[in-house]
Design a protein around this ligand. Structure first.
Ligand code: FAS
Ligand code: PHB
Length: 392
């Protein structure tokens, strides 16, 4: 069976749902196909720190109400290292900008509800998705569902299917350029039923390994613990998790550490990855299908947001204004912000994690850089500007 639309979207994670929602509000039709069930998509915990630009974009997309009610504004965060701790005052250093803590699961829920309310076309639990005929005026997304073949004919395809999707591999080998950096450590990312260690986020550098202390609510804490690349979730029973966090926290926070059951635990590989180009013929990549950042700087979800911001405007200008220039410019525009954010996420990861391949000189130099950061307003300003996110 063949269906027709203007923009075919592969993937109903944050990028695909947000793109479909923004296009709908601008009168552009889309159909989204998703490999998993809605329940499975919602079961992923993942990100939680939103840039102000992302918050504004979500409000524009009509999904800001619960975010404004339940999101937690954070005007700063702390960095702990070598027996000392300092606060990075985001609001003061950026002239009023700050982040909002609001889980990716909530965003996905809000977008799913918005799509349902507007009668958005989302097809879940598809199999064997293929993107074909990109060199024609009506490319196709083909897939199987409930044992029969389906086809969507569209003007454009948006590949929002994440790092393990089919969109990026659709680019021919002589076109696709991949840039990849793997780090010699991973995270075990946790969501725990316990009081967060502090009212703001704390990034802890420690000789035995990094710990991120975040939260989702006054009774739900979110941690990222540096672990070895060969570790699996089974290597991290709860007693080891809490002992490790306690050992690496500054003494005053360790003393008041609240423990509780872990509701979610995931090994998250630390990786920086960029695929170029982000456009091939009538296929446009957005979000994790095109790039991955280590979660340290809280940029993965936020970069998916800026990609969708650029791509949605390009599609709307094409349909409403008959302009193709924004479609032509999408790749370079998105990649400019992606690469600057990749640099920041890599820098923040390397300054805070304890690299097992480092010798004594590197470790001393790292402490010196952290000390310089703690003492320099100029360096903290640069950090704050990247942390709240570069302008769209
Ligand atoms: P997603 O991967 O979220 O969504 C892609 C969708 O496409 C999925 O639903 C998938 O099922 C679907 N799909 C894949 N192949 C398909 C096919 N062939 N056909 C149809 N559908 C297909 N970011 C942060 O900022 N902070 C964090 O702490 C953080 N933690 C993370 C932890 C983990 C374990 C992971 C994997 C990522 C984490 N991220 C974090 C990054 C994450 O939030 C991503 O940046 C964000 O999900 C990107 O959204 P999408 O681009 O929509 O990709
Ligand atoms: C989160 O709460 O998921 C989070 C916060 C800050 C980060 C990374 C993840 O740097």
């Amino acid at each position: 069976m063949t269906e027709h639309t203007q923009v075919g979207i592969v993937g109903a994670g944050p990028a695909g749902l947000l793109l479909s929602q923004v296009l709908h509000l601008q009168g552009v039709d889309s159909i989204v196909v998703e490999r998993r069930s809605p329940e499975h998509v919602l079961s992923r915990v993942r990100a939680g720190a939103l840039e102000p630009g992302m918050v504004r974009f979500l409000r524009e997309a009509g999904v800001g109400d619960r975010l404004d009610r339940e999101g937690h504004p954070h005007t700063g965060f702390e960095i702990s290292f070598d027996g000392t701790r300092f606060r990075v005052d985001l609001e003061e250093l950026t002239g009023g900008e700050y982040i909002t803590i609001y889980g990716q699961t909530n965003i996905t829920e809000d977008l799913m509800a918005a799509r349902a309310a507007l009668g958005g076309q989302l097809v879940y639990e598809v199999e064997n998705t293929r993107i074909e005929d990109l060199d024609t005026e009506r490319p196709a997304i083909r897939y199987r569902k409930d044992g029969s073949e389906h086809e969507i004919r569209c003007d454009f395809v948006a590949g929002c299917d994440g790092f393990h999707g089919v969109s990026r591999p659709t680019l021919p080998g002589d076109v696709l350029k991949s840039h990849d950096r793997k780090y010699p450590y991973h995270w075990i990312a946790l969501l725990c039923e316990s009081r967060p260690v502090d009212k703001e986020l704390v990034y802890v550098h420690h000789p035995k390994g990094f710990v991120l202390c975040s939260m989702r609510s006054p009774t739900l804490s979110r941690y990222g613990i540096q672990c070895e690349t060969g570790d699996s979730e089974d290597d991290w029973p709860e007693d080891r998790i809490w002992q490790t966090i306690s050992d690496r926290l500054p003494p005053d926070l360790a003393e008041t550490l609240d423990t509780g059951p872990c509701l979610d635990r995931n090994i998250v590989p630390m990786r920086s990855f960029v695929a170029e180009p982000m456009r091939f013929e009538r296929l446009y990549l957005a979000g994790d299908s095109a790039h991955i950042v280590p979660p340290t700087g809280a940029k993965g979800l936020n970069l998916a947001g800026s990609d969708v911001y650029y791509l949605s405007r390009a599609f709307v200008e094409y349909y409403k204004g008959g302009r193709s220039d924004l479609l032509e410019a999408y790749g370079p525009t998105a990649l400019d912000r992606v690469w600057k954010t990749e640099w920041f996420s890599g820098w923040m990861t390397q300054i805070l994690h304890t690299d097992p391949t480092h010798g004594p000189f590197d470790r001393q130099a790292q402490i010196a850089e952290l000390r310089l950061l703690s003492q320099s307003r100029a360096r903290q300003t640069a950090l704050a500007q990247s942390y709240v996110g570069l302008p769209y």
